[in-house]
Design a binder for this molecule. Structure first.
Ligand SMILES: O=C(O)CCC(=O)C(=O)O
Ligand SMILES: [Fe+2]
Length: 283
């Protein structure tokens, strides 16, 4: 549906008066978006009104995403880290995805599951407009987070992933382990943050994800990239690496992905999200 990208003088007056009465600009933008205004137009309009500038009513098409080749792609078909030979099974260019096997041993997968069971909590999502972290019906799994190097096993895997991807350990968020029971899913989403929520002290934008499969699922639970028509079947010890942020600060909307509902059995994954720079402030 076409989104509204023009503004009447009545609406302009209403916004100015509402701003003056102390209502938070984000609430006003949300109200405009609910009424059918284009989200980017709503935020830009508000910013202009707050600064007393004229309003542009032309929505500029964003420039197409410029693909840059990540380091992992320059390494051949067997990537040897200090403790393991990882096999490249498939590469996709747009969005950028590499499917890898032998990333984790069976014992490492089993141990990650074992140490996570007692720590599982309902998973949360990042709101794509506000950046707020909240539980949501689109993500029904349970999960837990680890600190960097929290156990010797986690530290060893982090070192391996850093050698594999050439992303320094310091750019990685704490590892997340997720569990999906029958019927549980993670609806289509992007892993990157809304632009207004990017903070350099916490590593800036997320630009890559390593998603490691910790078990085989009897049925369902595939990771789907719907814009690219790709479905990845979970296989114990394998992983997908996807890359969706470039050096110009653009993000790749083709990286939309989801975990479809588990039909039989359960699904366990470990996720490592990678930032554009070192995470200086950790929580
Ligand atoms: O479980 C999956 O297959 C996808 C998980 C995911 O998208 C995420 O953790 O961001
Ligand atoms: Fe994701």
């Amino acid at each position: 549906m076409e989104k509204i990208a023009h503004i009447s003088s009545e609406l302009k007056d209403w916004i100015l008066n509402t701003l003056k009465s102390g209502v938070h600009p984000e609430q006003i933008a949300n109200a405009m978006i609910k009424k059918g205004f284009d989200p980017i137009f709503s935020y830009k309009t508000l910013l202009k009104l707050m600064n007393n500038n004229p309003i542009e009513t032309v929505i500029r098409e964003p420039r197409p995403y410029l693909y840059e080749i990540p380091e992992i792609c320059k390494k051949g078909t067997i990537i040897s880290t200090s403790d393991r030979d990882i096999k490249v099974l498939m590469k996709i260019e747009k969005p950028f995805i590499v499917y890898l096997d032998n990333v984790l041993s069976d014992e490492e997968c089993d141990r990650l599951i074992e140490i996570s069971i007692s720590r599982l909590k309902p998973s949360k999502v990042v709101d794509s407009v506000t950046g707020e972290i909240k539980t949501a019906s689109g993500r029904t799994s349970s999960g837990t987070y680890y600190q960097l190097n929290e156990t010797a096993l986690i530290g060893r895997i982090e070192q391996r992933l850093a050698e594999l991807t050439d992303f320094p350990i310091e750019n990685g968020e704490g590892m997340q382990v997720l569990n999906y029971k029958v019927g549980e899913e993670y609806k289509p989403h992007f892993d990157y943050f809304p632009e207004n929520k990017i903070q350099l002290s916490t590593g800036g934008q997320r630009i890559g994800t390593v998603l490691m499969y910790l078990n085989n699922v009897q049925a369902g639970g595939e990771t789907i990239f719907p814009k690219a028509g790709i479905s990845v079947t979970p296989k114990k010890g394998s992983a997908v690496f996807f890359h969706y942020g470039n050096s110009e600060g653009q993000v790749d909307r083709m990286s939309l992905h989801s975990s479809i509902p588990v039909v039989e059995g359960e699904k366990w994954v470990a996720t490592k999200w990678l930032r554009q720079s070192e995470i200086v402030e950790r929580f």
